[in-house]
Design a protein around this ligand. Structure first.
Ligand code: HEC
Ligand code: HEC
Ligand code: HEC
Ligand code: HEC
Length: 441
């Protein structure tokens, strides 16, 4: 499940890093309609599969696009298997625990494992068994299938007709995270987790790179734009933080009974051995009494770290807004909604600064240094926080072209995370501290 940095490195080289060159527009925070919720009809993956279109047998170097996207998707991309995994033994077991007849007909599973648009928006060739097909990400093709291949077609005109702007990090983050984290309509609840579902984790840049069927080359940049890997990461974190709040607002207190939705909290706040003492001295959770069950704040903490550099005028307030949200979980729904609204406004302001920041090597190095400093003090103590910190350090190190120089240190971070049940927060802190010393304090 975990992305090794080597795999990341290979994908990363493919993309050829661009340093500080930043186009502002693609990073601006828009929230277009997701393919799932729009009005356009989805025609089905096989509509894209002819040899003249996206079903060629090889990658055409001289074409704008690979032209074999369908083959890459159907053979190598896990999204094409997302439906069939609902028929495995693991899914059957999960369904039985949850009291479902089976997983491959249950809305709660199909919601994230397929392009589950309502029946009236399915074209003749649409098959639910395609899993997460082209249009789940690129938008229902009803209005652009014909025109997008015409000579004078532009990207803007395609978007006008319902192509989803998946090249822009904030909208891509919204798209991917609607399944990889959840949104207010679909969520992998604690009941689903306890029935055996893998814990979800996501980072936009890393996950994008392991799922590639295109090159970010010269002609791509002319047609679309690419702000760079580090800005993509930062925009993804901000979007995840907002999505986190949206789900908290809608689902934390949605269930009857005395327990809120448990999957919104840090899993290991409850799931760890009693002699494994993890009392928190973290800056970002200050104000919580001992034994409090902490919200999973991995995106919020990372956003705070980013704000220290990108948005220094907002960072103190961001931290106190995060404290307020944590404290509000001790009081109840009204307090949580108020704290969440305040934090959401703050995040929107930080999003603007993220889109304007100068992602120069010196600034990237400074950001990474802050990660080492806070990490060394135990700030990313929760497993999901340590996971985010590791992916961040990894991608910042690659952006600085230091992946070979620090391979040993990167491997050590991944090693600490290798087995979730053996994860040791002090060991992670030591690994961050030592990496920081090796990278110049
Ligand atoms: C909020 C969206 C969401 C919901 C709801 C959801 N899943 Fe998943 N599921 C995912 C994602 C995303 C992954 C991939 C996780 C990863 O590898 O990072 C996944 C992974 C899995 C896997 C592991 C696949 C593999 O290749 O090993 C199984 C099995 C699975 N889900 C079954 C189910 C079943 C059964 C249900 C319904 C009870 C369900 N899922 C509901 C999003 C969801
Ligand atoms: C899980 C989401 C996802 C799925 C499924 C998916 N794509 Fe993509 N695709 C992307 C992303 C992200 C990009 C890169 C951003 C962009 O250019 O929009 C992309 C880019 C592309 C490009 C643009 C290349 C360029 O140079 O402009 C084409 C063509 C494409 N995909 C075709 C397909 C086809 C055909 C399928 C189905 C067989 C498919 N995609 C399935 C997410 C997806
Ligand atoms: C409609 C829901 C949906 C959307 C949208 C979606 N995914 Fe997924 N993704 C899944 C599911 C479900 C799986 C697990 C499939 C399996 O294991 O067979 C998955 C698997 C993956 C994996 C493999 C994870 C692993 O552990 O090997 C990556 C990487 C990934 N997705 C990246 C992305 C990116 C990047 C985007 C956005 C461009 C995206 N996904 C959009 C549902 C989705
Ligand atoms: C508020 C405390 C709490 C949090 C937070 C929590 N869990 Fe649980 N979890 C429990 C309890 C209680 C059980 C039931 C244990 C039992 O049946 O013995 C459980 C059961 C489980 C089980 C089934 C274990 C078994 O024995 O079969 C899994 C898997 C699981 N949780 C995963 C997760 C994941 C993943 C998260 C985070 C997304 C999470 N839990 C967050 C309290 C929690």
């Amino acid at each position: 499940m975990w992305k090794q940095s080597k795999q990341y490195a290979a994908a990363f080289r493919l993309l050829a890093v661009i340093g500080g060159c930043l186009l502002v527009s693609p990073l601006q925070a828009q929230t277009p309609e997701l393919p799932r919720y729009g009005a356009d009809r989805h025609l089905g993956a096989s509509s894209c599969a002819s040899a003249q279109c996206h079903g060629a047998v090889r990658n055409y170097e001289d074409s704008h696009i690979w032209r074999n996207e369908y083959r890459v998707w159907s053979r190598e991309d896990p999204h094409s298997k997302a439906y069939s995994v609902l028929k495995t033994k693991a899914s059957r077991k999960m369904a039985a625990y949850l009291g479902l007849k089976n997983a491959h007909e249950a809305k709660v599973c199909l919601d994230c494992h397929t392009d589950y648009v309502p029946k009236e928006r399915r074209g003749r060739k649409f098959r639910i068994s395609d899993g997460v097909g082209c249009e789940a990400c690129h938008g229902g093709a009803e209005r652009w299938i014909k025109s997008h291949t015409e000579k004078n077609a532009t990207h803007a005109a395609n978007i006008e007709k319902g192509l989803f702007p998946s090249e822009a990090p904030p909208s891509r983050a919204l798209l991917c995270q609607s399944c990889h984290y959840g949104d207010k309509n679909r969520f992998a609840t604690h009941a689903i987790m306890a029935a055996g579902h893998p814990r979800l984790s996501f980072e936009l840049d890393t996950f994008t790179l392991t799922q590639v069927h295109y090159d970010i080359d010269k002609d791509y940049r002319e047609r679309k734009s690419f702000p760079g890997n580090v800005p993509t990461w930062a925009a993804g974190i901000a979007r995840n933080a907002l999505q986190n709040l949206e789900v908290i607002d809608n689902l934390l207190f949605a269930k009857p009974g005395i327990f809120p939705e448990i999957a919104l909290f840090d899993c290991h706040a409850c799931h760890h051995a009693m002699d494994d003492r993890r009392m928190s001295r973290r800056v970002t959770t200050a104000g919580l009494p001992p034994g409090a069950i902490r919200l999973n704040d991995s995106a919020l903490v990372m956003l705070y770290v980013i704000s220290l550099h990108v948005s220094p005028a907002q960072s103190d307030a961001c931290l106190s807004d995060i404290h307020a949200l944590h404290r509000a979980t001790q009081s109840g729904r009204k307090a949580v909604l108020a704290a969440s609204a305040k934090l959401a406004t703050r995040i929107s302001a930080i999003q603007k600064d993220i889109s304007r920041f100068d992602y120069s090597p010196a600034n990237i190095a400074a950001l990474r240094k802050t990660l080492f400093k806070l990490g060394g003090k135990g700030e990313f103590r929760d497993y999901s926080g340590a996971e985010q910190a590791t992916m961040a350090v990894d991608l910042l190190t690659f952006a600085l072209k230091q992946e070979d120089k620090y391979q040993r240190q990167l491997d050590r971070l991944y090693k600490v995370l290798e087995k979730e049940s053996d994860y040791s927060p002090p060991e992670f802190a030591r690994a961050m501290r030592d990496f920081g010393v090796a990278a110049g304090g």
